[in-house]
Design a protein around this ligand. Structure first.
Ligand code: UDP
Length: 527
């Protein structure tokens, strides 16, 4: 009888924190069911996420990183730039090179797969990694595509494309429209409903991403049916694909109950998690505002100064992950020379870089999250019952704002209307004034009937999200179903390869003949 560890899954995340973090979560969840899981990434990204994987290994899970080289030098990128957030400050032309470098991981990936003694059951690949499709095709390995944004966003972009709305507003980024054939009323414009790769210069990558999704053996979302069922189902029908909702991965009990897993998530924090916890312990329950714009988005110095004044005027205790302080001298001047940090030192904790976000959000002193609405931040707020003050900066974040405020009823809008890149130059990136920040913080953190109802609703949704990840929950069942489905599929592919190798052995073109047989036989797995 084959043992569960003979099942091997290979995961290929996009090289961005907001994509690697949930993929590593999926690796932990899969490994907890028995299979061995390899996460393929580059050395810098592996180093950043090493603590989580090491923690999983200490807990007995068969998870590992497989490090493949990232061809920075070959494409004229600075050495060691291997993740999207590291592109901050580089000229825009570099982004194209960065994506070309990502596409070049295909060859080492194929080499790695061919050198394995057995083919993996399947590859789970980020939707932004369509270059994995020909590799899987050549090797006959099933491939699942994982979307890291919300199902709400994916369905909206799909409907807008299918109904030709993007074409109709081709020349006017600000022309308002309603998303057609959508489960809820959703209004926006091209700037706020831009899909990944829907930018000039990456048309080829966009086509490849669509093709790779169309030929995938199934789709995964980091969400739950309770949070987004109607959007997941709508997308499954629209694409005609098996689709599983296996999240929110941050709400699994292995995360909720593991202080180290929370503290080490995504990167080594620039402040000791224990120090933050002690600081929060000293604050009254449900009193603290947490402010973060994720791993990539940055405010201009002028907008950041408005935000700082608004937070100061709110009078609330707060923790602010302020990564701009690392690279922007004007921001450092605001914090240091102009005395912001000194003025708020009794009630404000500034983290100049990476903060242990889930440690903070899961602390009982925290009762509000000013967020850029990245999908992971959104799920983390939802999973830990923290109401949000929404401040989207690009793309899918405007959809997360709509979901939080209009659909789930757990958010208050800051007042941001469009991505800052569309503002006139003289605005210097300012969309929300200090007075508006102060007002919005008061509304979101307030104890009036609306604030209390929002808090209650946030707690109910958090309980639902966690229940979805428990053994009888919908996300747990979806993961079970996904494992069964791809295991059967890989057996079928193996039989097809056997038949075709017998028919025309000389045409196989395999480097490793042992590979022609896939000995993965799942007869028992702890799912
Ligand atoms: N994150 C963190 N500390 C930080 C900034 C970000 O732990 O200081 C984590 C955050 O918890 C989330 C991820 O990084 O899991 C960011 O993903 P998200 O989708 O929220 O936003 P992105 O960075 O992709 O815009």
């Amino acid at each position: 009888m084959a043992m569960p560890e003979e099942l091997h899954f290979v995961l290929v995340p996009l090289v961005a924190q907001g994509h690697i973090i949930p993929m590593v979560d999926v690796a932990r969840l899969l490994a907890a069911r028995g299979p061995r899981v390899s996460v393929v990434t580059t050395p810098v990204n592996a180093a950043r996420n090493r603590a989580t994987v090491d923690g999983a290994r200490r807990a007995g899970l068969a998870v590992e990183f497989v490090e493949l080289p990232f061809p920075c030098a070959q494409l004229g990128l600075p050495e060691g730039v291997e993740a999207i957030d590291q592109m901050a400050g580089l000229e825009p032309a570099m982004y194209l090179r960065f994506f070309q470098a990502i596409w070049k991981i295909a060859d080492p990936l194929e080499e790695y797969l061919r050198a394995l003694p057995r083919r993996p059951v399947c590859l789970v690949v980020d939707a932004c990694n369509p270059w994995t499709a020909p590799v899987c095709e050549r090797l006959g390995i099933p491939r699942l595509v994982m979307h890291c944004p919300s199902a709400y966003f994916q369905l909206a972009v799909h409907r807008l494309s299918a109904h030709g709305v993007y074409d109709r507003v081709r020349d006017d980024e600000m022309a308002p429209f309603e998303v057609p054939e959508f489960p809820v009323r959703a209004v926006g414009n091209k700037a706020t409903f831009r899909g990944f790769f829907q930018y000039p210069g990456v048309e080829k990558e966009y086509r490849e991403a669509l093709d790779a999704e169309a030929t995938a053996d199934g789709l995964l979302f980091n969400t739950s049916r309770g949070i987004e069922g109607v959007f997941v189902d709508g997308y499954a029908v629209a694409l005609g694909k098996r689709t599983w909702a296996v999240g929110p991965t941050c709400a699994s009990s292995s995360m909720v109950n593991d202080a180290d897993a929370k503290a080490g998530r995504g990167n080594r924090a620039d402040v000791d998690a224990g120090h933050i916890v002690s600081w929060l312990d000293a604050r009254p329950p449900a009193s603290v505002l947490y402010v973060s714009f994720g791993s990539i988005s940055q405010l201009t110095a002028k907008q950041l100064a408005e935000l700082a004044r608004g937070i100061e005027a709110s009078g609330r205790p707060f923790v602010w992950a302020i990564k701009e302080a690392k690279g922007d001298a004007a921001v450092r001047a605001l914090l240091d020379d102009e005395g912001f940090e000194a003025r708020v030192k009794d009630r404000g904790l500034l983290v100049r870089g990476w903060a242990p976000q889930v440690t903070i959000l899961s602390h009982p002193a925290v009762s509000g999250f000013l967020t850029h609405c990245g999908w992971n931040a959104t799920l983390e707020a939802v999973s830990y019952g923290v109401p949000t003050l929404t401040w989207p900066t690009v793309a899918d974040q405007f959809c997360s704002e709509q979901l939080l405020v209009d659909v789930l009823g757990v958010g208050v809008r800051s007042g941001v209307k469009i991505p800052a890149m569309y503002l006139p130059k003289e605005a210097e990136g300012v969309q929300v004034t200090s007075r508006e920040v102060e007002k919005a913080v008061a509304e979101m953190m307030g104890d009036g009937p609306e604030g209390s109802a929002r808090r209650l609703r946030a707690n109910e949704i958090a309980a639902e999200a966690r229940a979805a990840m428990e053994e009888s929950g919908s996300s747990h069942s979806d993961l079970t179903d996904m494992i069964r489905y791809v295991t059967d599929l890989s057996k079928q592919r193996s039989r097809e390869r056997d038949a075709s190798s017998m028919a025309r052995p000389s045409e196989l073109g395999e480097k490793n003949q042992q590979d022609a047989v896939l000995p993965v036989q799942m007869t028992q797995v702890s799912i």
